[in-house]
Write a protein that binds this ligand. Structure first.
Ligand code: GLN
Length: 193
């Protein structure tokens, strides 16, 4: 396996699925930290925005000064990986919600695009560049309705909606790669960092 021991990756730890991401980062040999204050961002090469409830995480981000701090972090070219609610936080446009949070990525995102909690499911997903499908767990997942910039690279789609996409240093994923033992999407992010 490649050596990622030089990388310091944070997981925003205000609400949501934090520990599973920390574990995957450590399994790949990088250093993982749960981030609770903006000052902790300076030491990082990359940041994961976990799944959870985007309205709650967004509120807490505003309260603790994370909106500007993470926007600055992105401007420095550092990697940001948003999963599920994290994808919603990254989007510049939301299809069914007036509240844009970080507004960093040129995507239009629909919240709960695959239905409610009871409609959660797992599927074998074809991902660009992977030689076998990825076991993707969708939990009240959003999707990318459309990209608003040619620099957005769709990497996986389901039912005609983009569910994994990259734009420079930003990676957005509609499902929960941290809930499966498959480390390939986290590795893809570490490569970007
Ligand atoms: N539906 C949630 C939201 O809109 C996201 C769900 C998730 O992160 N698993 O924030």
């Amino acid at each position: 396996m490649k050596d990622y021991s030089h990388l310091h990756i944070g997981v925003l730890a205000l609400q949501g699925a934090v520990s599973e991401h920390l574990q995957q980062i450590e399994q790949l040999g990088a250093n993982a930290t749960a981030i609770k204050t903006t000052t902790e961002l300076t030491a990082l090469d990359g940041l994961v925005l976990p799944g959870g409830e985007s309205t709650t995480i967004g509120k807490l981000m505003r309260q603790y000064g994370f909106i500007e701090a993470i926007q600055d972090f992105a401007k420095q070219g550092k990697g940001i990986f948003g999963t599920c609610a994290g994808m919603i936080l990254l989007a510049k446009q939301l299809d069914n919600d007036p509240t844009v949070h970080l507004g960093l990525m040129d995507i239009c995102v629909q919240r709960n695009a695959f239905g409610r909690q009871v409609d959660s499911f797992q599927t074998a997903l074809e991902v660009a560049g992977f030689d076998s499908p990825f076991p993707a767990v969708f939990i009240r997942a959003p999707s990318i309705q459309h990209a608003n910039h040619p620099q957005v690279q769709p990497l996986a789609s389901l039912n005609g909606h983009i569910v994994l996409a990259k734009q420079h240093n930003l990676l957005a994923c509609a499902f929960h790669p941290e809930l499966t033992p498959d480390l390939r999407i986290m590795q893809l992010f570490l490569e970007m960092c």
